[in-house]
Design a protein around this ligand. Structure first.
Ligand code: 5GP
Ligand code: SF4
Ligand code: MG
Length: 455
């Protein structure tokens, strides 16, 4: 998901949030929502669909206020329904509160039944509602304190933006799994999942919110509470492989540069005897360029992408995904015919995308196809907010390298090693979460018997 928040009494906060969400659209295309605070009330509009489908001029005009938060959703827990769209807005003892969340709680299976035993009711199936409930239970203390108390109870990955009548609050979990940054536009402060949202509205990046940090913004300015940062950090490495936009900077790393470096590392590890390097656009572009630079092989745009369709992966059913891949990419025949090709993509999850690409290339008359992946095999599911699905859908968890190669129909297959991946950041293990590759989860994961259970 993508989250955005702005505190700017002299700004059109709803429109700036709209543009911010537009820039974060790649983080979720299922639903979008904006909540604004006008000093007394919190106004909300949310619906299923893309940002420009959910909002029009009249809607944005009606969302008045001095501060706003917004959300774009891609579901990892809870179904794709409007009741699960965010921000969530509720009344509690102190007035109204709105909250938007990126990430996944790992102990929701314990928290939710406990809250229900004490009479709580839930309108959605998302873990975010648990957070709102716990905050509301601490209404006897100031909101920032209620939030840190909530942080004592919840575990997992969470970047949050919270809006009350007079405050905008940003929170990043103690492991810093999901990104969140702070920006400034004149006198207004902004919180956003990625810095590309700041660029879009002309704001400057001040810094990233730190793991375990709570940032409180109100008319008196900005205040920071450092609360319980974990020693072992867990910034999601997948943000850099696939999820984040290449023009964003996260915790000091330029996404595009890291991706390119992943391609360079790939070339250092594996050199195929081919004529051309191509990428599966757009997610493989930066790595393919890096590979070409390092290897000296020519890079060509061999596959054309229809830019008017969203990310196929995020369509919630397999049937829709199958359909959408065909709409999405078309080979450029004169570039590819008769050639030996190295094709680069950022990741293989189920293996559907690259098997289709290989078939497409074969049909085009490509002579040899070597598939290269700029990340290691995904062997473990993610519990922290990326939909790498449950383990039985992960092709690398059930097949050997050669079986995968045969399955996708390529002449060669090579994945970047985990060491190579970390070299791309010029860092050592312990700073990033790499659990989907090595099973080393920085935050305890739910027990299998808790999983599938609807709570
Ligand atoms: P597959 O087709 O192997 O199941 O998925 C891999 C492709 O899906 C890659 O091209 C990758 O860019 C894309 N993709 C889109 N969304 C996601 C996501 O949330 N996680 C992963 N791992 N890949 C995704
Ligand atoms: Fe990211 Fe993988 Fe860790 Fe999930 S398990 S947070 S996708 S690195
Ligand atoms: Mg892709």
């Amino acid at each position: 998901c993508g989250i955005f928040g702005i505190f700017g009494p002299d700004k059109d906060v709803a429109r700036l949030t709209y543009y911010g969400l537009y820039a974060l659209q790649h983080r979720g295309q299922e639903s979008a929502g904006i909540a604004t605070a006008d000093g007394k009330n919190i106004l909300l509009h949310k619906n299923m669909g893309l940002v420009p489908e959910v909002f029009d001029e009249a809607r944005l005009d009606s969302l008045k206020g001095h501060a706003a938060i917004g959300h774009v959703r891609y579901s990892t827990t809870g179904s794709s329904l409007v009741t699960n769209a965010q921000p969530l807005v509720c009344y509690y003892q102190k007035g109204m509160i709105a909250l938007a969340h990126n990430g996944n709680l790992t102990n929701v299976h314990q928290l939710r039944p406990k809250l229900m035993e004490r009479g709580a009711v839930f309108q959605s199936s998302i873990d975010t509602e648990v957070i709102v409930n716990i905050i509301a239970r601490h209404s006897n203390v100031p909101i920032e304190k209620a939030i840190t108390r909530c942080m004592d109870e919840i575990e997992g990955a969470y970047s949050l933006v919270v809006l009350t009548g007079d405050k905008l609050i940003g929170v990043r979990d103690p492991h810093g799994v999901r990104p969140l940054c702070l920006g400034k536009l004149g006198g207004a402060y902004i919180l956003a999942s990625e810095s590309c949202a700041l660029d879009t509205i002309g704001a400057e990046l001040v810094r990233d919110v730190e793991p375990g940090e709570v940032i409180v913004i109100d008319k008196n300015g900005i205040k920071s509470i450092h609360y319980g940062a974990a020693e072992r950090k867990g910034l999601c490495v997948f943000e850099f492989i696939y999820f984040a936009r290449p023009d964003s900077v996260i915790d000091g790393y330029m996404v595009n540069q890291v991706r390119r470096e992943m391609g360079r590392q790939l070339a250092k590890e594996y050199r195929a005897d081919v004529d051309l390097v191509i990428s599966v656009p757009d997610s493989g572009n930066a790595a393919a360029r890096g590979y070409a630079e390092e290897s000296g092989l020519p890079f060509e745009e061999g596959l054309m992408k229809n830019r008017y369709i969203g990310r196929t992966f995020i369509q919630p059913t397999q049937e829709l995904r199958d359909l959408a891949v065909h709409l999405k990419l078309n080979p450029i025949k004169n570039i590819l015919k008769g050639k030996r090709i190295l094709m680069i993509d950022d990741s293989i999850v189920r293996g559907t995308t690259c098997s289709r690409m290989v078939k497409m290339l074969r049909d085009t008359g490509v002579k040899e196809i070597h598939m290269c992946v700029s990340s290691p095999p995904i062997l473990w599911p993610c519990y922290y907010g990326i939909d790498t699905s449950n383990r039985k859908e992960l092709i690398a968890a059930k097949m050997s390298l050669d079986e995968i190669r045969q399955f996708i129909g390529a002449d060669g297959l090579h994945y970047l090693s985990l060491e190579g991946l970390l070299k791309a950041f010029n860092t050592v293990p312990g700073k990033f979460c790499t659990a989907c590759f090595d099973g080393d989860y920085p935050i305890p994961i739910p027990k299998p018997e808790e999983m599938g259970k609807f709570v």
